[in-house]
Design a protein around this ligand. Structure first.
Ligand code: C5P
Length: 256
């Protein structure tokens, strides 16, 4: 039985009280949602893959000096994180036109953008995470001008790093979303990367075939989501066959 105190439950993750003050356990569910919860499904094994992929990316980002909430992976579905106060602003970075940018501005999907474009959305399920400007963010007190500068600079560094990382394994980083939090340490407050980075929150296209290796497989009913996420994990060198799959359904060899 799970006796831990549940702090928060989101669409794809649950946060539990951590083992020490100032820590939380982030649990990755198999739930997939899109279009602000209008579309929902449970995809066996997605949480396990996102936990692994996000761990890998957060470790790499920690290594290059990007401050993050990530401490360590605990098991197949959970990671230990530092408790932060989530800033209610999603930061999106785009390299290639796709998704809502293509729809909004009538630019064909796949068009290379003249430069990386940063967008902000207000985190609100009721409102469907509307796009907002820096003016809204500061006027309504969601983040200070300094925090916006820090989030933007970090998001662009993350973009540079991840673009290279994925390019090296034959994948184009089309766009992604990140979230940040305030980490309170003694009298200091720092803006750190929070939440997750996974094929749920990035658009990843195979460099030669442009095959989608991300959540658009679910959003657009393309099928093969788990296979696509496994392919990303395999290319990153972190797929361990025995762990990624849910319980085997076929016959299992029993040694006598
Ligand atoms: O849908 P849109 O084109 O605005 O998404 C841009 C990027 O941000 C995509 O990689 C998408 O997966 C991600 N995103 C997200 N969570 C949201 C909105 C967008 O992870 N709530």
């Amino acid at each position: 039985m799970n006796r831990r105190r549940r702090i928060y439950e989101g669409k794809a993750k649950i946060l539990y009280e951590g083992p020490e003050p100032g820590t939380l356990v982030q649990h990755f569910k198999d739930d997939a949602t899109a279009f602000n919860n209008e579309k929902h499904d449970v995809i066996d094994g997605k949480g396990v893959l996102n936990n692994r992929i996000s761990e890998f990316i957060f470790n790499k980002l920690n290594d290059i000096g990007i401050p993050t909430h990530f401490v360590k992976r605990l098991n197949m579905r959970e990671q230990l994180i530092r408790e932060v106060e989530i800033i209610p602003v999603e930061v999106i970075v785009r390299n290639i036109a796709a998704g809502t940018l293509s729809k909004r501005l009538g630019i064909d999907e796949g068009t290379a953008l003249p430069r990386s474009i940063v967008e902000y959305c207000f985190k609100s399920d009721e409102l469907g995470d509307p796009m907002v400007s820096e003016e809204h963010i500061t006027a309504f007190g969601w983040a200070s001008p300094q925090e916006i500068d820090e989030m933007t600079a970090l998001a662009l560094r993350i973009n540079d790093f991840m673009s290279g990382l994925f390019l090296g394994i034959g994948i184009k980083l089309v766009d992604f979303k990140v979230e940040f939090g305030r980490l309170y340490e003694n009298d200091l407050v720092r803006v750190v990367l929070a939440d997750e980075i996974s094929p749920d929150s990035c658009r990843l296209w195979d460099i030669t075939t442009s095959e989608k290796l991300d959540k658009d497989r679910f959003r657009r009913d393309l099928g093969g989501l788990i296979e696509a996420y496994q392919e990303v994990a395999r290319r990153l060198g972190i797929l361990f066959e025995n762990e990624e799959r849910p319980e085997p359904s076929g016959p299992v060899l029993v040694k006598s």
